[in-house]
Write a protein that binds this ligand. Structure first.
Ligand SMILES: NC(=O)C1=CN([C@@H]2O[C@H](COP(=O)(O)OP(=O)(O)OC[C@H]3O[C@@H](n4cnc5c(N)ncnc54)[C@H](O)[C@@H]3O)[C@@H](O)[C@H]2O)C=CC1
Ligand SMILES: O=C(O)C(=O)COP(=O)(O)O
Length: 524
């Protein structure tokens, strides 16, 4: 039974779904990094929000971890390259809290426009300062949207409903999409010069870090009001403080901070500054959405191999996963076979699918071939990190899908490029379920690839098989299955045997047999 740790506060539905799906679950929140490191080793899955930091050290201690599920959008608290290298899938729930977060941005915009927090404080202090507070209307004002993705486009929709004009800066926003959203696409400088309100909705990347720097804040319209419900680090907080103090920026509302929890921001206490403690996603609706989604996605993955909303591997639906399972076993074994036989010489890999296999999602098949191939060198390779490691090793990976009908109803072929030319192995599925090798380096041989095996190339001459049997028998090695193929009678023959005991020192005796050209012990 797989085991999941929920390490951040999550709606109880998450735990309920895990249990219903046959996943064991512990909810232990608020732990320090060291405490997490001490306990993470026993878990197959880790469900988080933004508080848990999934760092390289945590991943190094997470010996059984297969999946990190983020009940929310931002994954900047997860070291994704390290997770990929460790073969851990990272998933998020990209839509579950978008409306809620967009609504929070709009709420903060109104709070700024009418100075609501200060007016509330003053009223509750019994002051009734009716003449102190003078707000602005948002109608007809220009809202500058930095980042027009899921949340940004909901904010734009709501702002248009409030009769605002929306200008958007997003390098990936197409003119067609801008038209559809009813926003005007602008450069960052144009947006800064025109906006009465600016709201940020981008991830934190090297390109967006300090996008509102001192220099860019200076380009804004005097009196601009700024809202950030995306990520701390998008605004230079010291520069914002100076711009608020000078009155150039008329107000700012931050839900997110460069350092969280933000216990001592330079902005605290500044007039016209409003803050919330990363509450963008905190509504009961959003938390139910993300809890259900993350638990379903993680349970799908742990129980049936389905992959949804993964950031470091291609998707694979829970319906596709069972169909692909035998193909992945076949692909993994073919990869393992060529990996063992060609090893370091492999410079490129082509994965071809034909017949029924050509109707499937090829990415998982490719991932499994690479996992098999590179698993020969490392115990920690799997479908997730294999493509990543292949890239790191400079392996040229190619996928080919054939429409043609071949000799088999379904076929996966793996061809590796080596300094000595190309070498190819192919396999099929018997009864749509059992992986079976059908060709090895140009010779037709049908064989199961399982357990301990021997691959032998020899001159096709009478008496060889007898001598082989005697040698193995003398070493007390029992032959399980025996598969023979040859290029032409009297030419080169290929033998694939499964053996019940490891071959060990008998390998040298086999190599010394007359007519033997090549012997290799294989393991599957
Ligand atoms: N405060 C909170 O509790 C919450 C915060 N968030 C954060 O909100 C942000 C936006 O989320 P979504 O809209 O779902 O993401 P998204 O991926 O749908 O949209 C992000 C947009 O930013 C754009 N972008 C990327 N680089 C850019 C650049 N250099 N300049 C301008 N635009 C750029 C992208 O093209 C994309 O359209 C994320 O950082 C997410 O973590 C999300 C949910 C809750
Ligand atoms: O989904 C996101 O990106 C968020 O920032 C929400 O964070 P939270 O789950 O509320 O800690």
């Amino acid at each position: 039974m797989p085991k999941v740790l929920i390490s951040d506060k999550m709606d109880p539905l998450a735990a309920k779904i895990f249990r219903e799906r046959g996943v064991q679950v512990d909810e232990i929140t608020g732990k320090t990094k060291d405490e997490l490191i001490a306990m993470i080793g026993e878990y197959d899955g880790l469900a988080i929000r933004s508080s848990t930091k999934v760092t390289k050290d945590v991943l190094a201690a997470a010996k059984n971890l297969k999946v990190v599920g983020r009940a929310g959008i931002g994954v900047d608290n997860v070291d994704i390259p390290s997770a990929s290298a460790a073969g851990v899938v990272v998933m998020n729930t990209p839509f579950g809290n978008s409306i809620t977060t967009a609504e929070h941005a709009i709420a903060l915009m109104f709070a700024l426009a009418r100075d609501l927090p200060e007016a509330d404080k003053s009223t509750q202090a019994g002051k009734w300062e009716k003449n102190r507070f003078m707000g602005v209307e948002v109608t007809s004002k220009t809202l500058g949207l930095i980042g027009a993705g899921n949340i940004g486009s909901i904010v734009a929709d709501r702002a248009r409903g409030l009769k605002m004009k929306v200008v958007a800066y997003d390098p990936f926003l197409t003119p067609e999409r801008a038209l559809e959203m009813g926003v005007e696409k602008a450069t960052l400088d144009e947006l800064l010069a025109r906006a009465d309100f600016i709201t940020l909705h981008t991830p934190l990347t090297d390109q967006t870090r300090n996008i509102l720097s001192a220099e860019n804040l200076a380009k804004t319209k005097k009196g601009v009001r700024i809202i950030n419900c995306a990520r701390g680090g998008l605004i230079d907080e010291e520069a914002l403080k100076a711009a608020l103090d000078s009155g150039h920026v008329g107000g700012a509302a931050l839900d997110v901070f460069a350092k969280e929890p933000a216990e001592a921001s330079p902005l605290f206490g500044t007039p016209n500054f409003i803050s919330t403690p990363h509450l963008g996603a905190s509504t009961s609706e959003a938390q139910v959405n993300v809890a259900i989604q993350v638990a379903e996605q993680m349970a799908d993955f742990l129980m049936s191999g389905g992959v949804t909303n993964a950031l470091n591997m291609p998707s694979l639906s829970a319906e596709e996963a069972p169909k692909l399972k035998p193909y992945m076993a076949l692909a993994e074994r073919l990869g393992r076979l060529v990996g063992q036989l060609q090893g370091d010489a492999i410079q490129s890999v082509a994965i071809e699918v034909e017949g029924a296999a050509a109707e499937l999602n090829q990415k998982p098949i490719t991932g499994a071939v690479l996992a098999g191939l590179m698993g020969v060198y490392s115990q920690t390779v799997n479908m997730v990190n294999a493509p990543f490691l292949a890239k790191e090793r400079g392996l040229d990976v190619r996928e080919v899908r054939h429409d043609r009908e071949g000799d088999y109803h379904t076929l996966v072929r793996v061809t590796v490029g080596t300094p000595n030319g190309e070498r190819s192995v192919a396999g099929t599925l018997f009864a749509n379920a059992e992986p079976r090798l059908v060709e090895i380096f140009g010779v037709k041989v049908e064989a199961d690839l399982a357990g301990e095996m021997l691959y032998i190339v020899n001159e096709d001459a009478p008496g060889f098989i007898g001598r082989l049997g005697t040698t193995l028998g003398e070493a007390s090695i029992n032959i399980g299955t025996f598969h023979l193929g040859r290029r032409a009678a009297g030419g080169e023959a290929v033998l694939l045997l499964s053996v019940d005991q490891p071959v060990g020192p008998a390998l040298e005796k086999l190599r010394a047999l007359p007519g033997v050209k090549f012997v290799k012990a294989l393991s599957f």
